[in-house]
Design a binder for this molecule. Sequence first.
Ligand SMILES: Cc1cc2nc3c(=O)[nH]c(=O)nc-3n(C[C@H](O)[C@H](O)[C@H](O)COP(=O)(O)OP(=O)(O)OC[C@H]3O[C@@H](n4cnc5c(N)ncnc54)[C@H](O)[C@@H]3O)c2cc1C
Length: 407
Amino acid sequence: MTEKKENILILGGGQAAFYAASEIRKYNTKSIISIISNEKHLPYERPPLSKDCLLNKMEYSDCHFFNRDFYEKNEINFFNEELVEGVDFLSQKIDTSKRKKISYDKLLIVLGSRNKKSNENYYHLRSMDESMKIKEKMLISENILIIGGGFIGLELASAANQLKKNVCVVERGSQLMGRIIPEKIAKIVQQKHEGKGVVINLNTKVINVIKNQNFYEVELSNNKKIKCDMIIEGIGSEPNTELFMNTDLKIENGILVNEFCETSVENVYAAGDIANFYHPFYKKHIRLESWKHAQNHGVCAGKNIEGQKEIYKEIPWMWSDQYDLNLQLTGLCQDYDTFVERGTCAKEGLIHFFIKNRKIIGACGIGVGGKIGRDVKLASKLSEKKIKLTKEILANKVFKLNKLLTQ
Ligand SMILES: Cc1cc2nc3c(=O)[nH]c(=O)nc-3n(C[C@H](O)[C@H](O)[C@H](O)COP(=O)(O)OP(=O)(O)OC[C@H]3O[C@@H](n4cnc5c(N)ncnc54)[C@H](O)[C@@H]3O)c2cc1C
């Protein structure tokens, strides 16, 4: 009798999907692995879409993890332009825009997150196709309005400015990039943009937009009136969970999963942007939207699907690049009792370490080029190893932090 092949279905074809599928194949050469994606492209990484691709420093085709040969060689089925429309967890079947009642033995949900939108007619950036459309329009635009001063909005502002466009950013908060970023670092980023000629409006909302044939007239809450030929909105995102609203899957700011990427439903796993996962180090659930997390969480989900029982305990890390500035965040920059500053400016590298009970719980740094990478990485390690520190040592730029790891 021939052994029945296990049918592993992966919903969503982004970063976590790619890493999970590759990992599953490492352990299991027999199972049927299928990725279902609503996009037309093979899995690709998104960070260059708001940076290098817009500036012609990278081709869109170079964003793909691998070409079609990889999927064929590893016998990973990739179904593109197929929207997942419903999941029946009881019968273990899913419906898509192209097929009905596709069975699975194990299901991995990696549908990512989507942009919040106040107006469908504005440009939004999440996918490769959207990046291509933005690039095309940016090139023929002179005046660009960006609604939202978060990472994506600012990276787009940086790219547009480097393409010699007049850029205006409208942010309703009192600082750029949200309150999680230290005010001093947010100010450095703001000054960089302003120094390049970008107009930043904080504590400001868009009140009214009139669309003319070739341009928009926009009224802001700070009484300014501006004209622009392109509006891009980057006002945050939310997990793609609406498919599961009336199902047994527990949803709470994303799909709730434990430290093994397991959801509340048997044989169903979730990872990446869509998952609100239990982190044993912080002893709480967190949801992250970051490149490294999507990769590592996808790998971990793949291992657990294959019965490897691996706990996910990666220390969070993410970055943003704007002009020559590199910003990095690690750990959690909240619930701290004090913070320490290392360095004074972006040129030499400035890092804020967030401390609780004399241990690092998070760090946020900004530097020109690669100035802060090493110390932020060391902050992750010191945090993971729960090493007790003094403020003086952390603040002392001359003291090499790696010495603390060997003490
Ligand atoms: C423009 C941009 C720039 C970024 N830059 C950085 C950065 O500099 N640093 C950093 O750390 N992180 C960055 N990120 C975040 C990082 O790319 C994401 O966290 C990561 O891609 C999440 O991976 P994922 O697999 O969870 O989701 P995704 O990669 O978003 O994949 C989800 C996939 O599921 C598909 N899908 C959704 N619904 C359905 C459905 N019903 N049926 C079928 N398919 C569906 C989506 O179309 C998508 O292809 C950036 C993100 C974007 C959008």
